[in-house]
Design a protein around this ligand. Sequence first.
Ligand SMILES: *[C@@H]1O[C@H](CO)[C@@H](O)[C@H](O)[C@H]1NC(C)=O
Length: 259
Amino acid sequence: MAANDYRAYLRNHIDMEEAPGRAAHTGSTHRALIFGTLAVMGLLQVASSVAILLHLTGYLREVDLASAQQSPNEEMHTETLIADPLKSFKERKEKCRLKKDTRMPSVHLPIKTPTHFSAKNRNELTMITWDDDQWLNVKMRYHEGRIHVVEAGYYYVYAKTCFRYAEEHDSSKEDVSNVQLFQYIYHEKHTQSVITPILLTKSGGTLQWNIAKYNMYCVEQGRGIQLSNGDGIYVNVSNAWLLDPAADGTYFGTFKISN
Ligand SMILES: *[C@@H]1O[C@H](CO)[C@@H](O)[C@H](O)[C@H]1NC(C)=O
């Protein structure tokens, strides 16, 4: 009985001794499992992160290398991509312009103001400069007094110059008892090695302006002429100091009639 009790005690004791141990053992096993799983998961996480990182950096490096190697081609490609539509757009625009702009070349220029012509060089010829800023100009060029032809053909060339003198406006009381008012239109051929102007047309008159207080005289001329590419035309006058600065008084122009 006692032995049984003892055995029972022992068993109980062992049970009791073992029980916490087993409990502790199973607890630690669970904890170890959890820790292990966590550790493995963590490791996997780290590994995958590193793998992703490596992959990404490697990929990025590859992309860098690839883009560095391909960049000239790519640039060329993009350039051609950009240039092509632009080019075709320009071509189309040009075609449209050539197709649509059927206007004949023409230009009409008023005198450039203010004028600074001296009264001293009276009968000396002076080239008139024109205002090319705001006036009609189709397929023609203007440079320092000269109208230049861009499209060869048969042109009508015209010029009007008004001269006027008002005694009350002249503080120095210039002598206008005998004034020569002439207008000349010249043609310069682009093909000439030494450009010698050809007189196209002249007109004018000699006037006595000492009688009236206000005097005005206008010269208007025009004629047709065959002009080549690059040819120039210009207007010279005497007594340019008397020129009327009004746009409707003094002007120069030309327009194409046929080829
Ligand atoms: C026209 O006038 C300019 C001065 O403005 C002069 O140099 C040129 O020789 C003149 N042209 C002619 C043909 O006289």
